[in-house]
Design a protein around this ligand. Structure first.
Ligand code: FES
Length: 126
């Protein structure tokens, strides 16, 4: 049993296995304290604004291990972890990434951002 197993919500890995488009908002205690509920509401409103409210689900998860950088929200499919979100940046992630297919590099967790930057640079060289 992991240290966060007492928390409500599903694990983000479970959502990855299920497949399907989804915004996995961390409902762990650190992210909740940092404003996860506002992020969740902003993400849902932005999905509605983009006409995707019926297609993409918003689900609260257990801790995603970005506790020092919360609130965290992972965009699936692809498992793009966004961190340090607020209402405005959550909306931007939905409109730019989910609707327009353009990940918001400056809001991605640094490991994911470096990986994506390397992939983009490689694609440019080819
Ligand atoms: S509480 Fe959200 S990442 Fe740990």
């Amino acid at each position: 049993m992991g240290k966060h197993d007492h928390e409500n919500g599903v694990k983000v890995e479970e959502l990855m296995r299920r497949g399907g488009p989804c915004l996995a908002v961390c409902g762990g205690k650190h992210c909740t304290r940092a404003g996860a509920k506002q992020v969740l509401r902003a993400a849902q409103a932005a999905l509605d604004e983009a006409g995707l409210g019926e297609t993409v689900s918003v689900i609260l998860t257990k801790c995603q291990d970005y506790c020092d950088d919360g609130p965290a929200m992972t965009v699936l499919p692809g498992a793009y972890p966004y961190v340090e979100l607020d209402r405005e940046s959550a909306r931007q992630v939905v409109l730019d990434h989910v609707r327009d297919g353009q990940p918001v590099l400056e809001r991605l967790h640094k490991r994911a951002r470096r990986k994506l930057e390397r992939r983009l640079a490689r694609a440019e060289r080819e």
